[in-house]
Design a protein around this ligand. Structure first.
Ligand code: C5P
Length: 287
């Protein structure tokens, strides 16, 4: 049996450079893994794909990204046996944290180990691209600049370990909806400066990192869900250095001085908002 922990991510920056011919958006974003994770276990069975655990909410198992990733892996490498997968879910879904993508990435890593395939990261990233834009990042983890649809990755200076508070309000946001409505605000957005963010990362200057956080999708999601703005403001009022929405939302992450303050802020936020709250840290790459 193989066990894999699948980390969530946040976006330190998320910029959109334009619309592509394939319908996706050209992005330039700096992504960072955090130590909030799902746990997946993989056991070889005679045939088929069986999913157990926290997979409710999915009408048909075939629609689940975990199932799709396992099927793609078994079909691509013509593996005759099947796999039983158990999922312990901790990362909220439709939250801007890559909760679905990271499980798919864990399937590739898990099956690679279970069937002793010895596949390199590049081969797994090729498969990942077929299933979703953020899965390649989840395979690598750490601190990366992602371009293209999000699948072209460049390793950059690692973010120093920082304490964070995550606040996920009790509603889900549809990523396709957010991207589809981006054109309505694109003339008004303030684009993050990835060059400055990379300099800040290189210097391990947390204040400069905080100053350069930026996400153009906030302009789409926040007007529809004003609670996100209230969450950001409250986190800063409680002493966070900076707070920003991750991905297409609605989760807000706040960078905080230390773990003690993170816990204090988390407990106050729990009283103020109907939300899931996590105290987390940034983590290094998987490979
Ligand atoms: O690639 P993934 O399936 O995760 O993307 C979900 C949706 O988000 C896409 O169907 C698309 O509508 C939107 N998207 C986009 N441009 C990107 C990534 C995602 O328009 N670079």
């Amino acid at each position: 049996m193989i066990t894999i922990n699948a980390n969530a991510k946040i976006n330190l920056t998320l910029d959109i450079l334009g619309k592509r011919e394939d319908g996706y958006h050209e992005v330039s974003m700096i992504m960072q893994s955090i130590d909030l994770f799902d746990t997946l276990t993989f056991t070889e069975i005679e045939e088929g794909i069986i999913l157990h655990g926290d997979v409710e909410g999915v009408e048909k198992p075939q629609d689940n990204l975990i199932y799709k990733a396992a099927k793609l892996f078994l079909d691509t490498y013509k593996i005759k046996s099947g796999v039983e997968i158990n999922l312990i879910k901790r990362i909220p879904v439709a939250a801007g944290l890559a909760g679905g993508s990271t499980d798919a990435a864990a399937v590739f890593r898990g099956l690679n180990a279970l069937f002793e395939m010895n596949l390199g990261i590049q081969s797994m990233c090729k498969m990942a691209e077929k299933l979703g834009s953020d899965i390649s990042f989840c395979l690598l983890g750490g601190t990366m600049l992602a371009t293209g649809r999000g699948e072209i990755l460049q390793e950059i200076a690692a973010m120093p370990t920082v304490d964070m508070v995550l606040v996920k309000p009790k509603f889900a946001v549809s990523t396709p909806w957010v991207y589809k409505n981006y054109h309505k605000v694109e003339n008004k957005v303030v684009h993050p400066n990835n060059k400055l963010m990379r300099k800040a990362l290189l210097k391990k200057d947390i204040q400069e990192i905080c100053n350069n956080l930026g996400n153009v999708l906030e302009m789409v999601t926040i007007p529809e869900y004003p609670e996100i703005k209230a969450i950001k403001e409250t986190l800063c009022n409680y002493g966070a250095k900076a707070a920003m929405m991750s991905g297409s939302g609605p989760t807000v992450f706040a960078i905080v001085e230390n773990n003690k303050l993170a816990k204090e802020i988390a407990s106050k936020m729990q009283q103020d908002f109907d939300a899931e709250i996590f105290v987390v840290k940034t983590v290094a790459k998987n490979f």
